[in-house]
Design a protein around this ligand. Structure first.
Ligand code: ATP
Length: 255
């Protein structure tokens, strides 16, 4: 059988006495949308940070696209096709939407930000930026400054920034956070479209979104995988209900 796109084996991350990732093993197949859920402090963000290369594991291995990337710096993983969209807005507020995406595309091409003045005028970067904006429904907002975009639009722009690096695997950390009902519905639709093109690992507290989108769901508690399966099985899992889903009645409303 072909190796999965991402293979995490026996991953451990300690912060002093806290074991934030506790001997975690997980495979992500190419083409799937894999959600990671769990209570606050379960270690979801710590896991994503190790996958992208912003945090070193204490032990264990991470293989991506057939290569051991455990000790590769973040920029090299980005070149291999791993991209993260941030929980905390990392956009440049005084630059336009298109400029923010062009910067990401330029960084992927290996150029320094110092040359951005030229890059701004460069046609191919602008074209890449517009294509990414189109994919997230922001083509009409290309020349608007980030500070003038709504919160929902900024979230969409973060996705466009990640897409501009042409990822094979997109790691999304709470893309629905802070969105209202209409904006959340837009984001779900957008992710439903994107998943056709790119493998996605989605960390999310919005269970309506998770159960509407995921092919498989992994549940973390205290840094451990307590269940990893298709949504219907996760929904019926007693341990998961006790640990996390019990008080999230919304989860029963989606099929
Ligand atoms: N830099 C750090 N230093 C010390 N402890 C940390 C650090 N980062 C995370 N932790 C601890 O590791 C554990 C996992 O935290 P993490 O933020 O990964 O959880 P999470 O599942 O993403 O939570 P949330 O759903 O609230 O975002 C927590 O106990 C947290 O306090």
């Amino acid at each position: 059988m072909a190796e999965p796109l991402l293979r995490i084996e026996n991953l451990v991350r300690r912060f002093g006495g806290i074991v934030a990732t506790d001997n975690l093993s997980l495979d992500i197949a190419k083409g799937e949308l894999h959600a990671i859920i769990g209570p606050n402090g379960a270690g979801k963000t710590t896991l994503i940070s190790q996958l992208i290369g912003q945090l070193c594991p204490t032990a264990g291995t991470i293989r991506f696209a057939g290569q051991d990337v455990t000790h590769l710096p973040a920029w090299k993983r980005s070149h291999l096709g791993l991209a993260r969209s941030f929980q905390i807005t990392s956009l440049l507020p005084n630059f336009t939407a298109a400029d923010n995406v062009a910067l990401a595309a330029q960084a992927r091409d290996g150029h320094s930000f110092r040359f951005f003045g030229n890059a701004r005028k460069e046609k191919s970067l602008r074209a890449t930026a517009l294509a990414a904006l189109e994919r997230v429904g922001l083509a009409g907002r290309a020349d608007v400054a980030v500070s003038q975009l709504s919160h929902g639009e900024q979230r969409e722009l973060e996705l466009a920034v990640a897409l501009a690096t042409q990822p094979q695997l997109l790691l999304l950390d709470e893309p629905m956070a802070g969105l209202g009902a209409t904006e959340s519905a837009r984001m779900v639709k957008l992710l439903a479209d994107l998943r056709k093109e790119v493998t996605i690992v989605l960390v999310e507290h919005d269970m309506n979104a998770v159960f509407a989108l995921a092919d498989r769901i992994t549940v973390l508690v205290y840094g451990r995988v307590i269940a990893s399966d298709v949504p219907a099985v996760i929904r019926g899992n007693e341990e998961v209900k006790r640990a996390y889903l019990g008080d999230q009645h919304v989860v029963t409303s989606h099929g």
